[in-house]
Design a protein around this ligand. Structure first.
Ligand code: SF4
Ligand code: SF4
Length: 317
């Protein structure tokens, strides 16, 4: 089959499935990323996320992950929504990171990626491959850069000129070739808004985030009880943190996402402090069912909520 037609057909199918961007890169070892990741891990910037050390070789080389792999097809789907804008504007209310306010994106994405894989098989014939959503050792942001659909910003998030950074990333790694995109160039320029806005100085130098200083780490990954100094730093964030994305100019006019399953749930944007103060296990189970917030068990989430309420009350004094 003609390489250009095959590429365009798969791209079109990705759009038909609701993805907002789709790019193609040649599967190979990412040597520059390998060095960066090694250094970051050696410095212990990943804290207790020891799983990040696993499968290092596969992580930097998709041909080790999927034997015979020739291409990495990267896709993005926006979760930007008008209700988020409203939520962002409100100060001094308990907040959950935007990405976690909807149905678990892993499920939504996987289903769509399988459909894209099935379609690729239909038009190409015998194709072997796998699909990934945050679930295996794939350097998803680096691959999206290689596939020409974004650059990694100074806040270490993937940014796309049209979409901003409120999107999820997925990949399909397959043993068939496509017409490959040009690597995306950096469009952060002289901007340093994210670095200045980060309340914990987790962005220790442009393009480098120390996960162990990030609010997302404190409120999601940290297994032990939050030390007091972290509790103060989380501010109003009960789960995750969006500050370095909220200040990013590329998110200002980003379009809204069209996949309904990725729209926020009203309950997770509740602004009533008393409601969160009284949240018990039953209610937690009800409002977080099928969402990424479940990653934090009730006890952890409760601990986060208590820290936020304490912070908001002391701000109001
Ligand atoms: S998510 Fe929040 S704490 Fe983490 S780097 Fe961004 S602004 Fe800083
Ligand atoms: S806030 Fe500025 S420096 Fe940070 S990611 Fe956005 S454009 Fe880049």
């Amino acid at each position: 089959m003609d390489l250009i037609k095959k590429t365009e057909d798969v791209r079109q199918k990705a759009y038909d499935l609701g993805f907002d961007a789709c790019g193609f890169a040649r599967a190979r070892r990412l040597e520059q990323e390998e060095r960066r990741l090694e250094e970051w891990l050696n410095q212990g910037r990943h804290g207790n996320m020891l799983w990040m050390e696993n499968h290092f070789d596969k992580r930097v080389d998709p041909t080790k992950l999927v034997p015979g792999a020739k291409s990495v097809v990267s896709v993005l789907a926006s979760y930007n929504h008008p209700d988020h804008q409203e939520h962002t504007r409100l100060e001094e209310v308990p907040k959950i990171s935007k990405y976690a306010q909807s149905r678990d994106y892993h499920k939504v994405f996987k289903k769509k990626l399988y459909k894209l894989f099935k379609y690729t098989r239909e038009i190409v014939g015998k194709v072997q491959g796998r699909v990934f959503v945050d679930s295996a050792p794939v350097l998803d942001k680096a691959w999206a850069v290689q596939a020409g659909i974004g650059w990694i910003g100074k806040n270490s998030m993937l940014l796309n000129k049209r979409l901003g950074s409120y999107f999820f990333i997925g990949e399909m790694i397959v043993d068939t070739e496509f017409r490959y995109n040009e690597v995306t160039t950096d469009h952060c320029g002289s901007c340093t808004r994210c670095i200045e806005a980060c309340p914990t100085n987790a962005i220790y130098e442009p393009y480098r985030v120390d996960a162990t200083k990030c609010i997302s780490y404190f409120t999601i990954e940290l297994k032990e009880e939050m030390p007091d100094e972290y509790k103060k730093q989380v501010g109003e964030w009960m789960f995750g943190c969006d500050i370095c994305q909220e200040v990013c100019p590329w998110n200002r006019d980003a379009p809204y996402g069209s996949i309904e399953d990725l729209h926020p749930r009203e309950e997770l944007q509740n602004h009533d402090m008393e409601y969160w103060e009284e949240l018990d296990l039953k209610e937690y189970n009800r409002i977080t069912e099928g969402t990424p917030v479940r990653r934090a068990k009730y006890e952890k989430f409760r601990d986060n909520v208590d820290a936020v309420i304490e912070n908001l009350k002391s701000e109001g004094d």
